[in-house]
Design a protein around this ligand. Structure first.
Ligand code: NI
Length: 226
């Protein structure tokens, strides 16, 4: 399941991010790719330890801490510090799958990549191409969101970035280890939580709401690792 989360960053935060990234020193994206991905990766990326990446990464992680749709959809246990990439002049990233386990730079810890996230930083009108194409059981789906919006998709999916034929596409990307590693279980919990939220708005005093919330939490108790 692909889940779009609008407005993760404010307009001011997006502008600040773009301004900082304009003055950044980009490296060849192939440096951080695995052996299979190297052959199809053609973009630029900020090194993990770049101070601009760290600073903007903190802003994103702080924004996510207060983002209810993200929490409900991802049920995050660990979030890797965001990385940043840049595509222009026909650059692309061909079909690949992200590594299942990634180290947290500068620490002995690792994160299982249950979910991948892309946070769009460029206005979609400012570049052509650059769609994120994710393959799932229903086929291929293309995503190109407004600046500040984020898409979450299962780490198990083959995906690619279409060539950017005009302008510049800037984005942040990162991975999440969820408390619920199974995509189907996590999706069901997200749908159930969304239904509960809707009912809580439409029929706030209905007695069954408490029981429904109880079912949500009991399922989460069954399935969650903490
Ligand atoms: Ni990827």
């Amino acid at each position: 399941m692909l889940i779009s989360i609008p407005g993760v960053l404010t307009v001011e935060e997006v502008i600040r991010a773009r301004n900082s990234l304009e003055g950044a020193t980009w490296a060849d994206g192939r440096r951080s790719a695995g052996y299979l991905s190297q052959a199809v990766k053609n973009n630029e990326q900020l090194p993990d330890d770049d101070p601009i990446a760290r600073d903007l990464g903190e802003i994103i992680l702080t924004a996510l801490q207060n983002n209810a749709p993200f929490t409900s959809a991802a049920l995050p246990l660990k979030v890797l510090p965001p990385l940043f990439n840049r595509y222009s002049g026909g650059q692309f990233y061909g079909g690949h799958i992200d590594g299942a386990v990634r180290p947290i730079a500068g620490s002995p810890h690792q994160v299982r990549t249950d979910l991948s996230a892309t946070l769009f930083l460029s206005d979609p009108e400012s570049y052509d191409g650059g769609e994120l194409i994710v393959k799932d059981t229903l086929g291929e789906r293309g995503t190109k969101l407004s600046a500040g919006d984020m898409v979450l998709y299962p780490g198990t999916s083959v995906h690619r970035i279409e060539p950017v034929t005009r302008g510049v596409r800037l984005s942040a990307f990162f991975w999440i280890q969820s408390m619920v590693r199974d995509n189907a279980q996590r999706s069901m919990l997200f749908e159930l939580d969304s239904v509960i939220q809707r009912l809580a708005t439409d029929v706030p005093k209905h007695a069954a709401l408490v029981e429904l919330a109880g079912i949500y939490h009991n399922l989460l108790r069954f399935w969650a690792d903490t």
